[in-house]
Each structure stands twice: as C-alpha cells, then as structure tokens.
Design a protein around this ligand. Sequence first.
Ligand SMILES: Cc1cc2nc3c(=O)[nH]c(=O)nc-3n(C[C@H](O)[C@H](O)[C@H](O)COP(=O)(O)OP(=O)(O)OC[C@H]3O[C@@H](n4cnc5c(N)ncnc54)[C@H](O)[C@@H]3O)c2cc1C
Length: 326
Amino acid sequence: MIVGHGLAGAILAQTFAKHGINVHVVEANLPHHASPIAAGLVNPLIGPKLNPPFDLEKCLQEIHRLNDFFSRKFGESFYENLSLHRIFRNQEQANIWKSNPSKISHFYEKVEIVDSKETTMKAPFGIGITKCLRLRIQSFLEFSKHSLIESDHWIQGSHNYDTQGYDFIIFCEGFRSAQNPWFSYLPFAPVRGEILEIQKKLLFAASNGTWAIPQSSTSFLAGSTWDHSGLEKGPTSEGKKKILNDLDFLNLNSVEVLSHLSGVRNGTLDRNPIIGPHPENQKIFIFNGFGSRGSTTIPLYAMKLVEFILGKSPLPEHLNPNRFES
Ligand SMILES: Cc1cc2nc3c(=O)[nH]c(=O)nc-3n(C[C@H](O)[C@H](O)[C@H](O)COP(=O)(O)OP(=O)(O)OC[C@H]3O[C@@H](n4cnc5c(N)ncnc54)[C@H](O)[C@@H]3O)c2cc1C
C-alpha cells in the first residue's frame, strides 16, 4: 500500500508495476501539495557555481529507463528534451562556463558564450545553452491514476494510519509527513513556492535562477519563490511581484498573468531524501523529502526502494531515516 499519489507515490507505484508487482495507492487530493503545480524541470547544472547535482548520471540513466517503460505502458513519454538558456548572473558564472570542466561538458549544447547582443534578453555577462529535461508531471499523474483505477488498485480518500492488512505500507505524503504518527519526528524542512503562468509566446526556456519555460503556444510558466513560513497560505501578491521582478532578463513590457499557484516542497535538513523502514516496524516505510528536485531524483530512489523491498540490494546509508540519531 502506498499512501499519497504525488510524484513520489506515483513513480513508486509505476516502478513496482515495472517489476510486475501491483500495489494499492490511497490519495486524498489534499490542498497545497507540490506535484499538481510543479514545473518538472530536470536541470543538470544548479546553484551559483553551476554544479551538477549528486548522482546526476545515475538519475539520468534511471529516468531514461523509466521513460522507456512509460512509452511501452502508456504510449506516451512524459520526460521531454529541452534546451535551457542559462543567463549568467556574474562574470564568475561566465568563467565557469568558459572553462568547461570535462565532468559536465556533455551537458553543454553551446560551449561558447552566446553574445547577449544576439538576443532580445538582458544578459550583460552572457548566456550559455544547456540540455535539460522536463517531466510533464500533471499529465503523468493522470495516466498513472487511470491505470491504477482500471486495475482496481486506486483508493480515493485519506489514510488513517491503521497499518493492518498490508504486507508493507509506504508513506509518500509530501509535507503532511509532519502529521504522520510514525514519521513526524524526522527533520523535514518544508518550503512553500509560487509559480505563474503568463500569457506570452516564449520560444525557448531560460533561467537566471528564476526560470521561464514554454507551457503552450501562447503562454509560459515562471517561478519560483522560497518561503519557510505560512505553508498553507496559498498564492501571495509578494510572491507574484518577486517572480515578475526576477524575470527582468526577458524584457517584458506588460504581462497578463493567467494563473498563480502555490505549493509546498518537502525538503530535509541535510538535503537528502529520507527513504527506508521505521526503526521499530520494518513493515512501515517512508519515501519522502525530495525538495525541489523530485523530477530528477525520484526515479532512481524509487528503483532503489523497490530493489530493497524485493531483497535485491541494501538502501544507501545517506537516505536512511536513522541517520539523524546522535
Ligand atoms: C512551485 C514549485 C515548483 C517546483 N518545480 C520543480 C521542478 O521544476 N523540478 C523538480 O524536480 N521539482 C520541482 N518542484 C518540487 C517537486 O514538485 C517535488 O519534489 C515533488 O512534487 C514531491 O512529490 P511528493 O509526492 O513527495 O509530494 P506531494 O506533491 O506533496 O504529494 C503528496 C501527496 O500525498 C497525498 N497525501 C498526503 N497525506 C495523505 C494521506 N494521509 N492519505 C492520502 N493521501 C495523502 C497528497 O494529497 C498529495 O497528493 C517544485 C515544487 C514547487 C512547490
């Protein structure tokens, strides 16, 4: 039994299916969750130093395997290739790009810096182009839900933490882990984020830390913000203002905001997900804490959890719920 059909619960359920195992999923459609609004970017170079995230190569390998499985099962592939224009914030970022360290060079589409005079964007330090992926999360969640309904493995409603009747229960509740009697002791670090859909055609994705990605032929998505307080307060005028200000590199004259949404990412104190059994009950698991990078990391960690439950391999220590005990 999987509790929660956000991105974590859905990818985990489909990874079990890939191994020929059908699991039940219970989902309550609770408000303020991340997956229904998230943009799904898989960005290979992150942070001010443009570093590749930990385990990126393995994450990408697993994404490709899972995407092949989706194509066979659903007739759709939900991860799409995208080129991202990286607007350098300062000369240091431009220098990192120019020096092109071999460990990340294969992510660059255009190694030389694009002259900002060649574009309509404001980019005094230049622009580099990198390969990335985008997971169409909301579409994937719909397909996953329908396949579970069709095979009679979908339960609509809120799980009440009764653990009887199933071999294993895996909690994938996003930030509602704070209310889970088994796992609320863990040091999760939830952060609220906002996202806008703006009416304007955008020909390519761009980011200077704040990103803008084409959503339809007439609109694009932009985000996001970081707010550790008031997790359930929903979209705010300050959040909207911040995103619009940060988009100044696009030189937008006027904007029409088509939608404005807010959701909570559930991160952890040490920024690694928390995955594994409860220390006192080996039938009860947690699969959570994917922060702002669920589209990149969940396929790899879902595969690791399934292999652990099937007795094929141990779970990596850096994911263990016990790691916080002193
Ligand atoms: C604004 C924003 C932008 C983002 N952009 C990106 C991005 O570009 N790329 C990226 O990789 N990540 C992004 N993220 C992060 C990403 O969305 C998350 O890592 C991922 O969605 C987490 O999924 P989850 O399933 O763990 O949690 P959630 O999405 O929170 O899902 C948990 C689910 O569990 C259900 N649930 C909870 N408790 C119960 C219960 N007791 N019974 C039944 N159901 C229950 C809820 O209804 C919910 O559906 C973004 C997040 C935000 C907020």
